[in-house]
Design a protein around this ligand. Structure first.
Ligand SMILES: Nc1nc2c(ncn2[C@@H]2O[C@H](COP(=O)(O)OP(=O)(O)OP(=O)(O)O)[C@@H](O)[C@H]2O)c(=O)[nH]1
Ligand SMILES: [Mg+2]
Length: 223
């Protein structure tokens, strides 16, 4: 599996680079998501479930962002998916230059769906456009339902909220009612999926949702 260490951005502003990446991804018809959430919210677990659901129909590529290690990329690679690990060497988020470098290091000709797993962090990634079509935030039940109001930017900028670890709700004081009230006050258009990677509740609906978006964006390359 490939792994890159990032360089300092001297080539332009994040938005300029993101614009160039976005043009390339549009030309290739690749639907791209930027998956964000706290450390341990379950981003890689959700990704693994999506891969299992869609890999026979859709060609996927994953870019894994982490400070150090190839642990998440190793998990993805075990599913037979093209994956690139980006190590930020301590940086708390990915940026558009890292995505540009990633795209230079992988073969995207056959890809329909590009999933970027951002560094585990609910704050910094909100400010960096990675040229995605959609920001997808993963919030897990064990983090508490107060997180949207405490960390609003990410929730305001996301098209999709995945509420993960629903299997644990009975052991916590997490209130779905309060969550929906708060999240809608921040972003009335956000689409919410309640899921569990343990029981697989909600995974099919989530996979179907992405499948529609992928088809809208480009021709199926494995058709
Ligand atoms: N009970 C339960 N545990 C889960 C669920 N989803 C993930 N986990 C567990 O939560 C832990 C963290 O999951 P990861 O998928 O590694 O989380 P992550 O967000 O990718 O973590 P980082 O990449 O380190 O930020 C693992 O031990 C998973 O097995 C779920 O739906 N229910
Ligand atoms: Mg992960």
């Amino acid at each position: 599996m490939k792994q890159i260490l990032v360089k300092k951005n001297i080539l332009g502003t994040n938005d300029e680079i993101a614009r160039r990446n976005r043009a390339l991804l549009r030309e290739k018809g690749i639907f791209t998501i930027n998956m964000i959430g706290s450390p341990g919210a379950g981003k890689t677990s959700v990704l693994e479930k999506i891969i299992k659901s869609l890999k026979n129909e859709i060609n996927m590529t994953v870019i894994e962002g982490d400070l150090y290690t190839t642990k998440d990329a190793d998990r993805i690679e075990s599913h037979g998916i093209q994956v690139l690990q980006v190590n930020t060497g301590g940086g708390c988020h990915l940026d558009a230059l890292m995505i540009q470098e990633s795209l230079n290091n992988i073969d995207i000709e056959d890809t329909n769906f590009l999933i970027i797993e951002n560094v585990g962090n609910l704050v910094c990634p909100a400010s960096y456009d990675l040229s995605e079509d959609m920001k997808v935030t993963v919030l897990s039940i064990t983090e508490g339902n107060d997180k949207p109001l405490k960390y609003p930017s990410m929730f305001q900028r996301s098209e999709v909220l995945i509420v993960n670890k629903m299997d644990l709700i009975e052991y916590t004081n997490f209130s779905m009612e309060e969550l929906y009230r708060d999240i809608k006050s921040l972003n009335e258009n956000i689409k919410v999926f309640e899921i569990s990677c343990t029981t697989e509740e909600g995974i099919k609906d989530l996979a179907d949702f992405f499948k529609e978006k992928i088809k809208e964006k480009g021709e199926m390359k494995n058709a």
